[in-house]
Design a protein around this ligand. Structure first.
Ligand code: P6P
Length: 323
């Protein structure tokens, strides 16, 4: 077999990037890897197994009916990290409040994680790619976990990544030393390095935005979208953030979710959508802005706060966010 590097080998090899690494972050990434494989298995057969498909009668804080696969994914990632011991608390899109572990193995964990366990889940039933997004911080106080652990600006992230469950399943992450992508080989259940040191092209010919909201957008955004059309760029909007983000990362492009009248703060969540993807995007040479400032410098005030998002190729984000 060609010289395949597995995610496990890569994590150990890169541990050397951290002179004082004790292996804790490596072990944390291993628990995420395990949960991703379990979720991948259920996502891939969701069409066949009706107890996974369809909706529960439970609504999450977003007021959205929870899809059963959302609940399954949430539980898988929470239990994998609880049992692994490096994480002391998790903030999830699916839970109103942070989950603080009291488990002897994990209550002393030195990291906290913010995650969207299954973004784009309304696409599950129509077989469109969906994804998990995660953001990792060091806890602030070894003796207690508070909301402040989760309200650190994105610049304080230790690592961030996403899993995309699509035609193939990939795990893409950064620890601040570049971005690397791993593709799951289902025949052996192993993530293998397939996209080393990912970099987004400085400019691109794809723009992703829900143009149904066009007349609601700020005037400068409408002007930018008009310019994209005049320049004959390609409009690609899947309705699944991770899928649009991943394609733009590989090919160049911009994803926009501006503020609208209905959503003055935009729709996307700062802690577990915008921040982790902004960390990855900047590490890949792109930009991420809320229209006024760098996403990573926004000071969070609430767990589930929303923010407008302009993310992708540097030249495109600069053009889209200039007044
Ligand atoms: P709209 C999915 O609900 C999501 O959070 C992202 O994955 C996606 O890009 C966006 O919302 C779609 O929102 O309002 O355009 O349908």
């Amino acid at each position: 077999m060609a010289n395949i590097k597995t995610l496990a080998e890569f994590i150990v090899e890169r541990q050397k990037d951290f002179p004082f690494a004790t292996g804790d972050l490596s072990r944390l990434l291993t628990s995420i890897r395990l949960a991703a494989k379990l979720v991948n298995r259920e996502v891939n057969k969701a069409g066949l197994v009706d107890e996974i498909l369809g909706e529960t009668n439970v609504h999450n804080i977003q007021g959205e009916r929870q899809q059963k696969l959302d609940v399954y994914a949430n539980e898988r990632f929470i239990s994998a990290m609880r049992n692994q011991g490096e994480v002391c608390a998790i903030a999830s899109e699916e839970n109103d409040d942070p989950i603080i572990f009291d488990h002897p193995i994990s209550r002393d964990g030195k990291y906290v994680v913010a995650m969207d366990p299954l973004d784009g889940s309304s696409n599950i039933d129509v077989n469109v790619s969906i994804g998990t997004i995660f953001s990792i911080y060091r806890r602030l106080d070894p003796n207690k976990v508070t909301l402040d652990d989760f309200l650190q600006p994105g610049t304080q992230q230790v690592a961030a990544g996403y899993v995309i469950y699509g035609s193939s399943t990939m795990l893409v992450y950064t620890t601040g030393h570049g971005v690397n992508g791993f593709t799951l080989d289902p025949s052996i259940g192993v993530f293998c390095l397939s996209h080393a040191d990912m970099k987004i092209p400085n400019d691109g010919s794809i723009y992703s935005v829900n143009e149904g909201n066009y007349f609601d957008f700020p005037e400068n955004v409408r002007r930018y979208i008009d310019d994209c059309k005049r320049s004959k760029l390609s409009a690609r909007y899947i309705g699944s953030l991770v899928a649009d983000f991943h394609r733009n990362l590989l090919k160049g492009g911009i994803y926009m979710y501006p503020s609208t009248a209905k959503a003055p703060k935009g729709k996307l969540r700062l802690l577990y959508e915008a921040n982790p993807l902004a960390f990855i995007m900047e590490q890949a040479g792109g930009l991420a802005s809320d229209g006024n400032q760098r996403i990573l410098e926004v000071q969070p005030t609430e767990l589930h706060q929303r923010c407008p998002l302009f993310i992708g190729s540097k030249a495109m984000v600069e053009a889209a966010t200039k007044d």
